[in-house]
Design a protein around this ligand. Structure first.
Ligand SMILES: Cc1ncc(COP(=O)(O)O)c(C=O)c1O
Length: 397
């Protein structure tokens, strides 16, 4: 066991079979180790953690405080408060000019809750879901937790690290029940081509499957406005969250938009699995759509863009290969083969010897995982500059 791994395997009386297929979230190990090193007095530049560096916008915080002072916090409807569902529906209208009735929106505990309930609703034992490799690590584990399996399709720079309709058609089997994509993607920050997504939706509809599109990084795009998958069809599941654009990771609030017929089933699962979402978080989130909040979120977005525009060329100058410009999220997925063919050990060494925390490619799949690392850039430019200085010193030794 090296220092990145803090997992100790102790004997336990019973462990469910489904745990066999669930791998640790390696980046969490990196972050834990980074915190340990910081506690020992070491200076760490943390480019591993995937969350905004900015505080939650003030109107949201004020609304939470006011709600806590004026009322008891109680259970709320399992699909989310009517007010928040309606506010989300209005948001789709004002931001994307798309008509999404509040009845098709369910508020959840983060995008994670949305993914859990959506997968829980559509996946049976033995089912298979197609997803790109690399992609967000938890997705394959949501599927396997439900008794299904993720079929990871290797993707590269030639398709902007996204699935294409051809890849979906080629990999669809008798067991396949759906396709899961994210745009912008974690870890690559790349977007899905809208026409390609439309072709995928049409193909999957023909096969009686489901398409799940994770739009959690919407709002964090830097080269023009993007369209939601709901523009294509009412027949897709769209996952989203207050975590990233609204800088609310710790509030645990997200949502799913689903095709109409699924709502009652989703509600049944939500009722049984966790009753309702955080009351205070839902009341606070009503202020997420205030002009003042959006102004703050947009300011943050322009800072992320500046951070990307600093880090991207700096990493390329160091010798990391980044063939596709990441145009969203706050990640850079970099080929590190100029330095190593073992990105896991490389991440470990960079943390221990250079004091820079980065995520090993291993987290995001199998395909060329050893050749990649992910940099998460929501940090002030001087911090990024210091990170680059340390990496330069480390890689030139
Ligand atoms: C692509 C993607 N989906 C979902 C999530 C889960 O987000 P949350 O549960 O905080 O909304 C994350 C978190 O990093 C993510 O990167």
């Amino acid at each position: 066991m090296n220092n990145l791994s803090n997992a100790r395997h102790m004997d336990v009386a019973r462990l469910a079979k489904r745990l066999d297929n669930i791998e640790p979230f390696y980046v969490v190990q990196v972050i834990t180790r980074a915190i340990e090193l910081e506690a020992q007095g070491k200076s760490i530049i943390n480019l591993a953690v995937g969350e905004p560096d900015f505080p939650t916008p003030q109107p949201i915080v004020d609304a939470a405080v006011a709600a806590l002072k004026s009322d008891r916090m109680r259970y709320s409807p399992s699909l989310g408060s009517d007010a928040l569902r309606q506010a989300l529906s209005n948001w789709y209208q004002s931001r994307y000019a798309v008509d999404v009735p509040a009845e098709r929106i369910a508020v959840t505990s983060g995008a994670s809750g949305a993914l859990l309930l959506t997968m829980g609703m559509v996946i049976s034992e033995g089912d298979e879901v197609l997803m790109p490799d690399p992609s967000y690590p938890c997705n394959r584990h949501f599927v396997s937790s439900m008794g299904g399996s993720a079929r990871l399709i290797p993707v590269g720079a030639e398709t902007d690290y996204q699935l294409t309709s051809l890849l979906v058609e080629q990999n669809w089997t008798e067991r396949t029940v759906g396709v899961m994509v994210a745009s912008p993607s974690n870890p690559t920050g790349t977007l899905m081509d809208h026409d390609e997504l439309q072709k995928i939706v049409e193909f999957v509809r023909g096969r009686g499957g489901v398409v799940i599109v994770d739009e959690i990084y919407h709002g964090l795009t830097y080269d023009g406005q993007v369209r939601t998958a709901l523009d294509i069809s009412d027949d897709v599941f769209v996952i989203n969250s207050f975590s990233k654009y609204f800088a609310m990771t710790g509030w645990r609030l997200g949502w799913t938009v689903m095709p109409e017929g699924y709502v009652e089933h989703f509600e049944k699962l939500a009722q049984n699995l966790y009753i309702s979402n955080s009351d205070v978080a839902q009341r606070a989130a009503l202020s997420a759509f205030d002009l003042e909040t959006i102004e703050e979120a947009e300011k943050n977005r322009s800072r992320y863009k500046e951070q990307r525009d600093f880090l991207l060329p700096a990493l390329r100058d160091l010798g990391f290969k980044i063939p596709v410009e990441p145009s969203g999220a706050f990640y850079i997925y970099a080929d590190c083969t100029n330095f190593t063919n073992d990105s896991y050990s490389f991440s470990h060494d960079v943390l221990e010897k250079a004091g820079v925390a980065i995520a090993p490619g291993l987290d995001f799949g199998d395909h060329r995982a050893n050749e990649h690392v992910r940099f998460s850039y929501p940090k002030p430019i001087p911090v990024l500059q210091e990170g680059i200085r340390r990496l330069k010193e480390f890689t030139s030794k």
